[in-house]
Design a protein around this ligand. Structure first.
Ligand code: 3NM
Length: 220
């Protein structure tokens, strides 16, 4: 996937694990979200109540197959071994995880995404060979308990002004109402958890978000 294809794939990025689905079946939630138009998926089986071991691997394998069937890139959060086992399209790592350069070496051919919180972190991720950045939290989130201070879309504008051209998504508290501000600040797309996984209709929520993003276009 080249950088332009990656930009397109990042337009509406669903991040999710079983504990984000408010008791619903994660397979059904992902299927509905794909029907609604999500363009990329990250398996993030993390936090209180997350599946472990074989159950985690089995759910990951089912979601991975669904993504493969529907042509949606499948990314694994943090876990290098799981990414290999599931033959993921990529891995997403935080600042605390092994640096992007090591991932790129050990997971040849995979997309490497990195969380960055300011221009300095964005520059070092770029230098380490990251393919895209996740920048957050844009707004208050109840999904990630150890999220940093809310930054607002201005942090994306600062990265762009500082010369960061990498494909980039905003994350944290994003919904259809505030997504336009994130795109206007210079993001290629938005990454969401609860706005889709906890919506009454994940399909409708995804479709609404995608329409909103499409109607904005970058820097308009
Ligand atoms: N990373 P929701 S915020 C997974 O700031 C994640 O890096 C964040 O969930 C960061 O869309 C976040 O439900 C959770 O607010 C986003």
């Amino acid at each position: 996937m080249n950088s332009e294809q990656l930009r397109q794939a990042l337009r509406l990025y669903l991040v999710m694990g079983s504990s984000n689905c408010a008791g619903a079946d994660p397979y059904a939630v992902l299927e509905a979200a794909i029907e609604g138009g999500i363009t990329m998926f990250q398996f993030r089986e993390k936090g209180a109540g997350a599946l472990q071991g074989q159950a985690r691997l089995e759910l990951g394998a089912r979601l991975r197959r669904l993504c493969a069937q529907r042509g949606v890139p499948f990314i694994v959060n943090d876990d290098e071994r799981l990414a290999l086992e599931l033959e993921a399209d990529g891995i997403h790592i935080g600042q605390e995880d092994a640096p992007a350069a090591a991932m790129r070496r050990r997971l040849p051919g995979m997309i490497v995404g990195v969380s960055a919180h300011d221009l300095l972190e964005a520059e070092s991720a770029l230098a380490a060979g990251a393919d895209y950045l996740g920048v957050g939290p844009q707004y208050a989130t109840r999904t990630k308990l150890d999220a940093r201070e809310v930054q607002g879309p201005a942090v994306i504008a600062r990265m762009r002004a500082g010369g960061i051209r990498l494909p980039l998504v905003g994350i944290g508290g994003i919904d259809a109402a505030n997504a336009p501000a994130v795109i206007r600040a210079g993001a290629d797309g938005v990454a969401v958890v609860s706005a889709i996984s906890q919506a009454r209709s994940p399909k409708q929520a995804a479709a609404e978000l995608l329409n909103t993003i499409k109607s904005i276009g970058r820097n308009s």
